[in-house]
Design a protein around this ligand. Structure first.
Ligand code: FE
Ligand code: FE
Ligand code: FE
Length: 175
């Protein structure tokens, strides 16, 4: 469907600018996530949750690499731009780690915190995939889609962990 502009806009900015800013945002986010995942893996009380965070830490390294490839395709230097959203989401995860340390509810809280991270990433990568497609950047689109698939699989794995016992463990030992 064609859309109608409300007013003329002199700013010479377009989809490629939005795309580049989005790449910088998620590049910053992935690097922060890369630092947070080992802390979450170390803090987790069950082997299963810990292993899930460690697995995703390794995937995240590959995701950062894919992003550098997309920057290359654009002919731009890989560069991050502060993402206040991921800073806030990760801060909440840190709070869970501190406030639920040693309790049977910790892992349910960590799984939930990790899902908030994945949902942010899914939102961002979903948009970047769509924009790469709109610009006809097939290689970038495929790279971003590969990461989006990993984030969605991680989200599902976290749901399975929560529903597969972690949430119940938190329930059973409630004070
Ligand atoms: Fe990621
Ligand atoms: Fe952001
Ligand atoms: Fe992720």
């Amino acid at each position: 469907m064609a859309t109608t502009r409300k007013a003329a806009n002199a700013e010479p900015k377009g989809l490629e600018d939005l795309f580049l800013d989005g790449l910088k945002d998620i590049y910053y986010a992935e690097k922060k996530i890369l630092k947070a995942l080992p802390k979450m893996a170390k803090g987790a009380q069950t082997e299963e949750v810990s292993a899930a965070f460690e697995k995703h830490r390794m995937e995240t390294e590959g995701q950062v690499e894919r992003l550098t490839q997309v920057f290359e395709i654009l002919g731009k230097r890989a560069q991050g731009k502060t993402c206040p959203a991921i800073d806030g989401i990760l801060e909440e995860g840190e709070e869970i780690l501190e406030e639920y340390k040693g309790t049977s509810a910790l892992d349910a809280g960590l799984v939930a915190a990790a899902q908030a991270v994945e949902h942010y990433e899914i939102a961002r990568y979903g948009t970047l995939v769509a924009w790469a497609g709109t610009m006809g950047m097939t290689d970038a689109e495929e790279l971003l889609q590969a990461t989006l698939d990993e984030e969605m699989a991680t989200d599902e794995a976290l749901t399975a962990l929560g529903e597969g016992g972690v949430n119940n463990a938190a329930l059973q030992e409630a004070a």
